[in-house]
Design a protein. Structure first.
Length: 122
């Protein structure tokens, strides 16, 4: 018996939608928040992988950045990932969730500034 992958996918979609009926309102909220955070972290990890692939394929682009700025880029990337994973539960009560996201955005802007500055002619 040969399985049709489209049929399996469609059945999985229908079963997933049907499963939502059995999830309570409170449980669905928790699941939605968890899925949102998982997708967000996977997105940031995907961006990190893309950046790694870019600089691995273009070693000269990475080498023109001074060593201390390369270390800063890596540290800021780790800081963004930690802020997105642990920032809201730990810092949220003090600076709010929006404040944590603003810190992550500031780290991203610092990375962009370092890379952009390394591309200028002096």
């Amino acid at each position: 018996m040969k399985l049709n992958m489209n049929a399996v996918r469609n059945i999985a979609i229908v079963m997933g939608i049907a499963a939502l009926v059995f999830v309570s309102q409170r449980g669905f909220g928790t699941v939605a928040v968890s899925l949102n955070q998982i997708i967000f972290v996977l997105f940031v990890a995907g961006l990190a992988v893309m950046a790694y692939q870019y600089f691995r394929q273009n070693e000269l682009a990475w080498m023109v950045i001074p060593a201390w700025q390369r270390k800063a880029i890596i540290a800021l990337g780790v800081a963004i990932l930690l802020l997105l994973v642990l920032g809201i539960p730990l810092l949220g009560p003090h600076i709010s969730g929006l404040g944590v996201l603003a810190l992550a955005a500031a780290c991203a802007l610092a990375i962009l500034w370092i890379v952009r500055r390394s591309r200028r002619w002096h």
